[in-house]
Design a protein around this ligand. Structure first.
Ligand code: BGC
Length: 399
C-alpha cells in the first residue's frame, strides 16, 4: 500500500512538472505562480543585482532531452522559472529523446532569434551541423557535454566522475572492504548509462576505477563477466531495459544460489528497473546493495522501503542557478572564468582540464554531488525542494 502511494505521488509529480514545461518544440513563456518560482525570484534578484535591469527583451533558448525521466522536468522548470524571474523571456523545448527532434528544436530556437542557447543533449555527437548555424549565439552545454563542435562556450554540470566514485566508495564502506583481506569475496554487477551520453562513461569509470583494486584482488567478483562500459550500457537510461538486463543476468549467473551482493547502477532510472528485477527474479534473501543517482521521488521511496540503498544526489535547482549567473555574464559581454565562483550560491569548481569535446577543452563549472541514504534522507528537505508526506518524501514543487 505504501509503495502504491509512493508510486502515485511520484507519477503525480512527474505529470505536474511536465505540465509546467512546454510541449515538444513549442515555446512557453508563462510564469508559474508557485512557491518555487517565488523562491527562485528572490534568489535571482539577489544574484543578478544590476544585471536584471539590462535584460531588456533578451531571449533564452533552452533545449531539454526528454520529459520521460524525472530530472529533466525539474531542470526545464527550474531553468525557466529562474530565468523568467531574472527578467528574461524563455523558449523551452523538449526533444522526446529523439535526436532529429532536438536538431529541429535548436534550429527553431536559432530562427526565433534567441540570445543564448542552453542545451542538454539527447546525444552529444549529433548536434554539430545544426550548431554550425548558431553564428554568434553563445552556447552553454547543460549537464551533458556536446561533442565535436567549437560552438560550445561553456559546460555546466556536476562532477560526473565523482558521482561514480561516491557510488563505489559507498560499496567499499558498507561492505568494509580491505584490499589486503582476500579471505572475503562479494559478487557485484554493473548497470551503466548509454554510450550516447558523454556523462555515462564518466560515471562508470569513476566507479570502476575506484573498485578496480578490489576486483583485481578477487574481493569483488563480476560473475557475468560484464566488465566494460559498453557491455553494461543501457540505451536511453531505460528502466525497462535495465530490468530486463538484470533479469537475464540473474537467470544466467545467480539462479543456482550464487549470492548477489551489489548492483552498482549509474543512475536512478536504471536502479528502479534493477531493484524491480531483484525483487521478482532473485532467488536469494540477502539485502542487495543497489546504488543510484539523482534522487528521483520513486527512488527516494525505494530507499525508505529498502529496495535501493543509496543515491548520489544532484541539486538541479542549483545547476539551473549556476547556469543563470553564467548566462548573465556572457550576455553582459564578459568571458567569465574562475572568479564567477564567487557569485554563485552553490558550491562548484571551475575546471579547465577535464572536458575536451574533440575541438579542445571546454571551460566547465562543476557542482558537487553528495551521497543520500536512509540515514540522511531528511537532509533533502533543507533544499526546499522536498517535504515529508507521511513516510515518504514528496516534491515541494508539486502543487
Ligand atoms: C544525467 C543524470 C541522469 C541521466 C539520465 C545524465 O546525463 O547527468 O543525472 O540520471 O542523464 O537522465
Amino acid at each position: 500500500m505504501k509503495k502504491l502511494l509512493a508510486l502515485i505521488m511520484a507519477m503525480a509529480m512527474v505529470l505536474s512538472l511536465a505540465a509546467c514545461g512546454s510541449s515538444s518544440s513549442s515555446s512557453d513563456t508563462t510564469t508559474e505562480d508557485t512557491d518555487t518560482s517565488a523562491a527562485a525570484a528572490d534568489d535571482a534578484a539577489e544574484s543578478t543585482g544590476d544585471a536584471t535591469a539590462s535584460t531588456g527583451g533578451q531571449k533564452i533558448g533552452i533545449s531539454m532531452p526528454t520529459k520521460s525521466l524525472e530530472r529533466w522536468n525539474r531542470d526545464g522548470t527550474y531553468l525557466k522559472e529562474q530565468f523568467e524571474a531574472a527578467g528574461y523571456e524563455v523558449e523551452l523545448a523538449y526533444a522526446d529523446n529523439d535526436t532529429d527532434q532536438q536538431n529541429n528544436d535548436i534550429a527553431n530556437l536559432i530562427a526565433d532569434g534567441v540570445d543564448i542557447l542552453i542545451i542538454a543533449a539527447v546525444d552529444g555527437d549529433t548536434l554539430s551541423q545544426t550548431l554550425a548555424d548558431a553564428g554568434d549565439i553563445p552556447v552553454i552545454a547543460y549537464d551533458r557535454l556536446i561533442m565535436n563542435t567549437d560552438t560550445i562556450d561553456y559546460y555546466v554540470s556536476f562532477d560526473n566522475y565523482q558521482v561514480g566514485v561516491l557510488q563505489a566508495q559507498y560499496v567499499i564502506d558498507t561492505l568494509g572492504l580491505d584490499v589486503s583481506d582476500t579471505s572475503v569475496s562479494y559478487n557485484i554487477e554493473f548497470t551503466a548509462g548509454p554510450t550516447s551520453d558523454n556523462n555515462a562513461g564518466y560515471f562508470f569509470n569513476g566507479a570502476m576505477d575506484t573498485l578496480q583494486e578490489y576486483i583485481d584482488a578477487g574481493i569483488l567478483v563480476i560473475q557475468s563477466g560484464k566488465t566494460t562500459f559498453e557491455q553494461c550500457a543501457t540505451n536511453e537510461w531505460s528502466t525497462d531495459t535495465a530490468m530486463e538486463n538484470m533479469q537475464n543476468t540473474l537467470a544466467s549467473y545467480y539462479s543456482d544460489g550464487t549470492q548477489l551482493d551489489v548492483a552498482l547502477c549509474s543512475n536512478d532510472s536504471t536502479a528502479l528497473g534493477v531493484a524491480q528485477a531483484i525483487s521478482t527474479d532473485y532467488a536469494g534473501s540477502n539485502e542487495v546493495i543497489v546504488t543510484g543517482q539523482d534522487g528521483d521521488i520513486a527512488n527516494l521511496a525505494n530507499i525508505v522501503d529498502g529496495l535501493q540503498t543509496m543515491t548520489v544526489y544532484k541539486n538541479v535547482s542549483d545547476e539551473a542557478g549556476v547556469t543563470l549567473v553564467l548566462a548573465q555574464e556572457i550576455l553582459a559581454g564578459n568571458s567569465p572564468a574562475e572568479e564567477l565562483l564567487d557569485s554563485l550560491d552553490a558550491e562548484a569548481a571551475y575546471d579547465t582540464e577535464s572536458y575536451d569535446n574533440g575541438t579542445g577543452i571546454i571551460p566547465s563549472y562543476l557542482l558537487v554531488p553528495w551521497t543520500v541514504t536512509k540515514d540522511n534522507l531528511e537532509d533533502l528537505v533543507s533544499t526546499g525542494l522536498y517535504e515529508w508526506d507521511g513516510d515518504y518524501l514528496v516534491s515541494a514543487t508539486d502543487e
